[in-house]
Design a protein around this ligand. Structure first.
Ligand code: ADP
Length: 200
């Protein structure tokens, strides 16, 4: 083998990406600088009920990673991550590490994967300070109530995420007259309590 021959280093970045955020993209872009090829692996997580299907999540990531020539996206379904990593000959599983809350779970996963696939290392990249508290769940909660998600996801996928996740406003179950009557009763009650309080 010549001295210049170089084994292509492959990393797998697994996750739910439901949906992809600037936090994920930071990890993907940094991994793409270190490795020759990065496989973003959209994984089915049996413990979470996803808002987007695996294919939708893949398409969203595809839309926002086009500038990285060495990044590809794949789906992990009905297969162990360790088996996938071995099958594609990856050298590392790259994960982002946020505040303390991520640590214990990620440590367990890393140890489990090392047992099942000793040839691959799990590497952690620290989350950027700005993304420390950013998660897909936060994006989903904000979008559900019509909030501004522009600080969390790239502009090209904001509309589809916002539209999909916006919860329809719940119409009030009360007609205006009943609402008014109840309001008056509440005010009356409040006054009564106030009067009784001052008599003591
Ligand atoms: P979550 O559902 O918690 O947002 P995922 O399962 O999609 O996260 O995470 C995929 C990978 O991306 C994990 O390694 C996770 O630690 C990492 N990640 C998620 N959000 C961030 C973030 N804000 N900053 C850095 N890494 C992150």
């Amino acid at each position: 083998m010549s001295e210049t021959a170089h084994k292509r280093r492959i990393a797998v970045c697994p996750g739910s990406f439901d949906p992809v955020t600037y936090g994920h993209l930071d990890i993907i872009s940094r991994a793409a600088k270190i490795f020759d090829k990065v496989i973003v692996l959209v994984s089915a997580n049996l413990e979470k009920r996803p808002a987007f299907t695996l294919t939708e999540r893949l398409l969203l990531i595809e839309q926002v990673t086009q500038q990285y020539e060495n990044v590809v996206i794949d789906i992990l379904e009905e297969e162990l991550l360790a088996d996938y990593v071995r099958r594609v000959g990856a050298d590392a599983i790259v994960k982002g590490l946020r505040a303390v809350s991520d640590f214990e779970y990620e440590f367990q996963m890393a140890l489990g994967n090392k047992k099942l696939c000793p040839e691959a290392e799990t590497m952690f990249l620290t989350a950027a300070a700005d993304n420390m508290y950013l998660s897909s769940s936060i994006v989903k909660q904000i979008a559900a109530l019509g909030g501004d998600i522009s600080s969390f996801v790239p502009p090209e996928i904001q509309p589809v995420i916002a539209t999909r996740l916006r919860r329809p406003p719940v119409p009030s179950a009360l007609d205006p007259d009943t609402k008014k009557r109840l309001m008056q009763q509440v005010q009356q009650f409040a006054r009564t309590i106030g009067k009784e309080g001052s008599q003591e």
